[in-house]
Design a protein. Structure first.
Length: 293
C-alpha cells in the first residue's frame, strides 16, 4: 500500500470540478491557502469539502495549495503567492524583515490550542528516551518543524549531547505520517512527530501505528497556527477568521471538524508561541542559525 500521504495529487484530480462549483458561489479574488505535506491521505477529500465550505461562507473562491516543505510555503507567502497558510509555530517565530505575517487563529485540539512532540520507536524497541537512540538512525519531519525537529534537538542539548553528532544518521521525511512509516518499517530506529498527526495516523491506519510506540512526550506548545499575509484586506481576513471560528457553532462546520479531529479554531495571542521562540533562540547555538523575533 502506498503510504506517501500527500494531498496534492487528490486536490489536482478534483480541483477543476471544485473550481467550477465554487465560481458559482464566490466573488472577488481567489483566496489561496498554503498547506504542507503533514496531512494523511484520508484527508484529501476532506480538504476539498473544506475548500467548498470556506468559499461559500467567505464569498471568495478558496483554493488549497500544497507544497512539500514549510520553507516552500514561507517563500510563497513572502512573494504574496499565497494569502494565508497553515504553518508550524517554528517558522512563525522566525525573524522576517519586514514582517509579512499576521496571526489569524489556532486550532483547538482536545480542549486547548496545544499539542506535543512525540519521540517514537518501533513497538519492539527497548528505548525509553531520546538518549537511547545514540549512534542510531533518526527521522526528522522538516527542518522548520517544532515538534519534528526543534524539540528533539533541544532535548539532546539539555541532556548534554551535540545534536549534530549524537545520531549515526538522520534524514527528513517532510511528513509526520511518513516518519511513523519509516519507524514502523525499520528504516529509522526512532523519529520525532507531532502528537496530533500521530493520533490521526492511529485513527486511520491503526495497524501502522501499532507497529510503533511513543517513547516520550514533550511539554505542550502552541498548536500550528493559521496565518495571513499582512497585505490581505482586513475585511477578507476577518471573514476567514470568523468563518473558521464559527465552524463549531453550526452542523456542517462541526461535521468537518469531527473529520479533522479538532474541536474548533480560536483567536490566540502571539505569546502562545513564546515557548517555541525560546527553543529557537537556544537552537541558534547548534546546527544552522535561526533568527527569532
Amino acid at each position: 500500500m502506498d503510504r506517501r500521504w500527500f494531498v496534492g495529487a487528490a486536490l489536482a484530480a478534483t480541483g477543476s470540478l471544485a473550481t467550477r462549483a465554487l465560481a458559482e458561489v464566490a466573488t472577488g479574488g481567489e483566496l489561496r491557502i498554503g498547506l504542507t505535506a503533514v496531512v494523511v491521505r484520508e484527508y484529501a477529500r476532506f480538504f476539498m469539502d473544506l475548500q467548498s465550505y470556506l468559499s461559500v461562507r467567505t464569498g471568495r473562491a478558496v483554493s488549497f495549495v500544497q507544497r512539500r516543505t514549510y520553507a516552500d510555503i514561507m517563500r510563497m507567502l513572502g512573494r504574496q503567492e499565497l494569502e494565508a497558510a497553515w504553518i508550524c509555530g517554528y517558522p512563525y517565530v522566525q525573524r522576517r524583515n519586514p514582517e509579512f505575517l499576521r496571526l489569524l487563529v489556532a486550532p483547538v485540539y482536545q480542549g486547548a490550542p496545544l499539542y506535543r512532540s512525540y519521540v517514537i520507536a518501533s513497538a519492539s524497541s527497548s528505548a525509553r528516551g531520546i538518549e537511547d537512540f545514540r549512534d542510531r538512525v533518526f527521522a526528522y519531519s522538516d527542518p522548520d518543524s517544532n515538534s519534528g525537529y526543534l524539540v528533539p534537538r533541544v532535548a539532546l542539548l539539555d541532556a548534554g549531547y551535540d545534536p549534530e553528532t549524537f545520531f549515526r544518521f538522520t534524514f527528513f521525511t517532510y511528513n509526520h505520517a511518513e516518519t511513523v512509516t519509516a519507524v514502523a518499517d525499520g528504516v529509522a530506529d526512532g523519529g520525532a512527530v507531532d502528537s496530533y498527526v500521530y493520533n490521526v495516523v492511529a485513527r486511520y491506519e491503526p495497524e501502522l501505528a501499532r507497529r510503533t510506540r511513543v517513547v516520550s512526550a514533550s511539554r505542550q506548545f502552541g498548536f500550528p497556527p493559521i496565518v495571513v499575509h499582512r497585505a490581505l484586506e482586513a475585511e477578507v481576513a476577518g471573514r476567514l477568521r470568523n468563518t473558521l471560528i464559527g465552524m463549531a457553532d453550526e452542523p456542517a462546520g462541526r461535521a468537518l471538524l469531527r473529520r479533522l479531529g479538532l474541536d474548533g479554531f480560536q483567536e490566540v495571542s502571539p505569546s502562545l508561541y513564546d515557548s517555541i521562540r525560546d527553543l529557537a533562540a537556544r537552537a541558534r547555538t547548534i546546527g544552522r542559525p535561526v533568527d527569532t523575533l
